[in-house]
Ligand binder design. Sequence first.
Ligand SMILES: [Zn+2]
Length: 68
Amino acid sequence: MGVFQIKSTKNHETPCEGDENSKKNPEKIETCYFCNKKFDINKDDSSHYKYDKYPMCDYCSRFYGFYD
Ligand SMILES: [Zn+2]
């Protein structure tokens, strides 16, 4: 009856990198800090967080030429 197969249960070292969320870009609606327009910051355009804090829409990003 059954062979003892005691292998260390070491399956769970690190959850694989690339957590599920980082692959897809779910919409994340933010309000632009500069023009108050709502936009999807996860969209693949110039929108981004200015200083990691202030949402900045694609339009303003281009307009002001801020890319980081
Ligand atoms: Zn804007």
